[in-house]
Design a protein around this ligand. Sequence first.
Ligand code: UD1
Length: 419
Amino acid sequence: MRKIVINGGKSLKGHVAVSGAKNSVVALIPAIILADDIVTLDGVPAISDVDSLVEIIEIMGCQVKRSGETLEIDPRGVKNIPLPYGKINSLRASYYFYGSLLGRFAEATVGLPGGCDLGPRPIDLHLKAFEAMGAKVSYEGESMRLATDGQPLQGAHIYMDTVSVGATINTMIAATKAKGRTVIENAAREPEIIDVATLLNNMGAKIRGAGTDVISIEGVDSLHGTRHQVIPDRIEAGSYIAMAAAIGEGVHITNVLYEHLESFIAKLEEMGVRMTIDEDSVFVEKQEQLKAVSVKTSPYPGFATDLQQPITPLLLTAQGRGTIIDTIYEKRVNHVAEMARMGADITVTGGQIVYHAPNKLTGAPVKATDLRAGAALVTAGLMAEGTTEISNIEFILRGYSNIIEKLTALGADIKIIEE
Ligand code: UD1
């Protein structure tokens, strides 16, 4: 078993560069199997979710070359084989293969998706959209089969009952080669949706409106190769900004698109965090007394649910009482008990997180229960007096590119040990 060991109490100083967006790249890779030629991605993060997706598309017959942050995918030899439970189950985003296989072959058999345990994570909206486009859903053991009666998918008018990133992207991917026009109403507006639409359009798709709540897709017959730069990871950026505000003495975070982080930055400003924001970077100063604030998550451009856990340790450095309400995943609270073990005055009461700050944290053995809870525990460990040992670190490595190297360069005492 691998663990992250942190000797806390050392302040962070210097420069850290944000990597390409996890939630983009995990959709871009499955989308590429729709192409009839080579597609190259630049800015690909070194995370295990990418390793898993690369293994899956290689099994499907794609030729893949990976060098540093560049990933070249040749999907010309892709075969429609059942994608078994196992690898597929290791990540949530495997559900994007439903959309891309349906788009390419009008048929897909894929193991049920896994991912972080944030409470119930249904995929009914994805399935409703595929059914509207003519696919039928059936279950075979731990796999799901989606298939039309031999015809290509048909464009359809789809209203999303809930704003869903995954369902919006998946529908867009499936509709790219469908016959006729698909319209998605009440679409999610996250930057990763625009990134996927940009790649698909550069491959020859006809998608309009990505980034608004109505997206229209005119189906095309074929898609060509292209080269694409993955957008910066706004959640990784927010995580480092929160760490820098909690325990930094001047940290410059680069490759940040401020426009993707407006609600997060506004919340930090409300706390009194001092930052200098440039075109593509944020400099976080050493902080004086911060004010406790309450956080409520909502779909983009609201405060991201993925940043609720990473900001929690910073809130514990402030003065006062505050709450965190996650309206997207209300059971996304697994970091709370672990941080309480480190001495935080934080509880889950009546569907919300309540904290009283400031708190002095003490190093302890803790467990990362999901990706963003893991980021919260890393920050808490950096802040704490003494040694923190984090287990279940595979969750953290799924989404934070070179996190040990990046934090070490900032002056943290952090390492991975094998037990
Ligand atoms: C994506 C992100 C995840 C982020 C989440 C919300 C990826 C790989 N993951 O997850 O990091 O936390 O967006 O920003 O991009 N819902 C349904 N039915 C569905 C689909 C979703 O009811 O078919 C509900 C969910 O339970 C949740 C809400 O819709 O309450 C939003 O979920 P969604 O945006 O779909 O999350 P994911 O795409 O799974």
